[in-house]
Design a binder for this molecule. Sequence first.
Ligand SMILES: [Mg+2]
Length: 231
Amino acid sequence: MDLKGRFRYIFFDADDTLWENERYFRAAEAKFTALLSAYASKERTQEVLALKQEDNIPLFGYGSKTYMTGMTDAAIEICGGSITEEIYYGIKEIITTLAFHELQIIDGVEEVLQKLQGHYILVAATKGDLTEQMGKFRKSGLAKYFHHCEVMENKDEKNYLELTAKHDIRPEELLMIGNSVKSDIAPVVNIGGHAIHVPHEVVWVHEMMDMPESDRIIEVKSIRDILEILL
Ligand SMILES: [Mg+2]
């Protein structure tokens, strides 16, 4: 599909599209299962943690602080109603490391942004905790390529319609590029927009979804492949 000249804006997902993210959450999860290894198997801890995360996301949104609450809830359940000081501070330490890790920009991203800049208005569109996501955006060194960064509450149809209204574009003028089928692709094409899927090898269980059928979705192998579609 030729998308050249059809869009004024390009919206880019950030976590696992511009920079590595999910791998740090996996590392945190591995430390958490090790912390609770005297109480439960790795599989059981992973399962309880995933359930507690699903309970907490609607209440507190995405991000590492919600993950801390999920871990604490999971630990209390696994430890039979209460946790030791050691476990509580162990969780806090895991989350602190997670929240302040070095940002690793995904290969090809900077080159692509450099080439697209000037042809399109580039907007980073991420979801999660405002302080955390803006902090990563500033720290990434990529802010110079973007007009601004949108931190969305969630990435569903309603949020994408609000995004188009805010930028004074029609839904069909929305072009989203990202790694998550559930967050970056499906809701965008559902409202009539276009999406380019750039896969990442690590996908969070919460984000797993089959690719919908649509002629407004383009699947590429790596971020560099978007240049020949857009320039
Ligand atoms: Mg992502």
